[in-house]
Design a protein around this ligand. Sequence first.
Ligand SMILES: Cc1cc2nc3c(=O)[nH]c(=O)nc-3n(C[C@H](O)[C@H](O)[C@H](O)COP(=O)(O)O)c2cc1C
Length: 398
Amino acid sequence: MAPETTTQGRAALFSPYKMGKFNLSHRVVLAPMTRCRALNWIPQPAMAEYYAQRSTPGGFLISEGTLISPTAPGFPHVPGIYSEEQVAAWRKIVDAVHAKGSLIFCQLWHVGRASHPVYQPGGAPPISSTTKPISARWRILLPDGSYGVYPEPRALKSYEIPDIVQHYRQAAVNAIRAGFDGIEIHGAHGYLIDQFLKDGINDRTDEYGGSSLENRCRFLMQVVKAVVSAIGADRVAVRISPAIDHLDAMDSNPLRLGLAVVERLNRLQQEVGSKLTYLHVTQPRYTAYGQTESGRPGSEEEEAHLMRNLRKAYQGTFMCSGGFTRELAIEAVAQGDADLVSFGRLYISNPDLVLRLEVNAPLNKYNRKTFYTQDPVVGYTDYPFLNKESGPKSLSRL
Ligand SMILES: Cc1cc2nc3c(=O)[nH]c(=O)nc-3n(C[C@H](O)[C@H](O)[C@H](O)COP(=O)(O)O)c2cc1C
């Protein structure tokens, strides 16, 4: 028996997994991906087809980053979950996914300073942990398709933070009302929560900042606790990317930061007597600028060391994401480096990715040019299936 196979001779990647109270039939997950197909922050019918196409019996999907409040957006045409209209629109999408036998979590998102007055109510500056703007190395996609410079944000006053925490809590409640099986808190990739976690951004002097890890983790942990108390720990997941410096989210010691978050999540799990659904960590190799614990772009070996340390320390289901191929995912699960692997770009271009990976079929190439465009079909739901029959049944009733 090859080391990566189960007793039935299947790679463990394609074997069942008990993710808390949820029974999965395989370990291949749809990674959360912003696709800009909503309108006026409201999910659209094409999204039901997109997610249903990527659903499998016993599979698990994570929604695109979904806005918790009107100050949360930093991309055009992304969906929210703070109004009744948004909840009703999401319900149709969730129903389409459930009809195909998959589970789906809603990723709760606030971009913080990665925004622009054009996206903010009243044209206000975006909010953050800091007044430092994102450097000119990065550009923001504007509603007309052009790219702009990130503006100077407004640092939140400490007394304003409980309101933001409350927005996450309400968004989680709304997600459950829309039928989602749970939520993932987006604490990664340089967005609002990461702007508090990373010492390369957070220059506050109050109880949410400074060199103290306790202070930098405070906002994330307040959000986690608020959401857990509202919908239960077994429906809550957290995503972090301690070693990814997307949007200048640098930390002087990514491993120490990651372990600090893990330690606090472990403690919370003990306190509430229930595990979170999973911890989702993005591999540094996803971006060219990925860091290692030494704070510099590093080797594959250093990256594996960082991921393995977080995996070993976290007492619960561990999901990895970033640059996975079929072979790397099979190996990661077989070696116990991950319980679940989320796929991003390959899942965009291969709606039946799970089948293709299982039978080792060729993969469709993705087209970056249509990642963030608005056409409800082109580059969205028109990637071909391996077998015509495995395509979705008509969703015209939705
Ligand atoms: C078009 C696109 C949009 C993305 N949007 C999100 C997002 O909304 N939330 C998030 O946490 N990650 C987002 N990501 C990152 C993915 O979840 C994933 O971690 C990344 O693509 C690496 O996996 P891959 O190498 O399999 O593509 C996005 C990635 C892509 C390509």
